[in-house]
Design a protein around this ligand. Sequence first.
Ligand SMILES: Cc1cc2nc3c(=O)[nH]c(=O)nc-3n(C[C@H](O)[C@H](O)[C@H](O)COP(=O)(O)OP(=O)(O)OC[C@H]3O[C@@H](n4cnc5c(N)ncnc54)[C@H](O)[C@@H]3O)c2cc1C
Length: 272
Amino acid sequence: MAYDVIVIGGGPAGLSAAVNVRARGRSVLVVSNPMEESPLWKAELVDNYLGIPGVSGAELLTAFRAHAEKAGAVLREGRVLSALAIGSEWYVSIGSDVESASAIVLAAGVARARKLPGEAEFLGKGVSYCATCDGMLYRGRPVAVVGYSDSAKKEAEFLQSIGCTVTYFDRPRKCEIAGSDKAERVTCDGQTAEVACVFLLRPALAPTDLFPGIAVETGYVQVDRSMATNLPGVFAAGDCTGLPLQVSNAVGQGLVAGQSAAKYAADLARKK
Ligand SMILES: Cc1cc2nc3c(=O)[nH]c(=O)nc-3n(C[C@H](O)[C@H](O)[C@H](O)COP(=O)(O)OP(=O)(O)OC[C@H]3O[C@@H](n4cnc5c(N)ncnc54)[C@H](O)[C@@H]3O)c2cc1C
């Protein structure tokens, strides 16, 4: 099914965007990693969200999510790996699935990880970001999973289930990928594994990896007052757009991005 809007990220910015897309009568899909892995979930006490002092991040996020669901947003757990515009439609890959929409709200928070040595060089040549998409290519062979979240373990289990011998590195501090024409080994925290593929499973990708060509400044997505990016139909909100990295800011920006994305989708539908 094609949606009017796809929101990438189910934190305060993404859920606020989704509620406001629904308030404009448009369909919206929110794709996000598990709620328990989001940064806000880990906040023991949020004391500066207007009108609701003294709540935990988990309580706040649970309430935001319930609100978005009640408003009619479709919430889907998954990791968005890439986005591609074909004509006026955006296609978003979620693991090995694809969903499409007229407009996108990028609300993926801050991608904190830096690229590993060898990662860019061997991407697509023995380095992959998705076990369920590329795993079959390495069936029965030795692979490594470098996991930065709890859900990465599920992808490692999938690789084992298709006969791969898996070396699992759990949130290592330092890793390096080496090889000649393709990746052949990975060394993490002093341990080396000879592999056919290294699966790098991070919860978040840099905005420029998700949307090649998106304008960023010091790592943050550039937006105008309507939260539009330089890419037609792509809006952004929350921590991914820069300081202050705070819930109230994310919720406010999510509202603007949601309204702008809904208007963009409605205008496009009128032209068709
Ligand atoms: C310990 C801690 C305490 C904090 N305390 C406070 C506080 O007291 N007050 C306050 O205002 N703020 C606080 N913050 C900051 C606040 O959590 C953030 O500013 C806010 O959550 C930003 O919202 P967001 O929606 O922009 O991004 P996020 O909350 O980061 O949400 C983004 C979501 O998108 C998901 N995602 C990213 N990439 C992808 C992808 N490719 N595919 C699918 N999903 C993806 C992420 O996993 C995440 O769930 C705190 C943060 C931390 C870590």
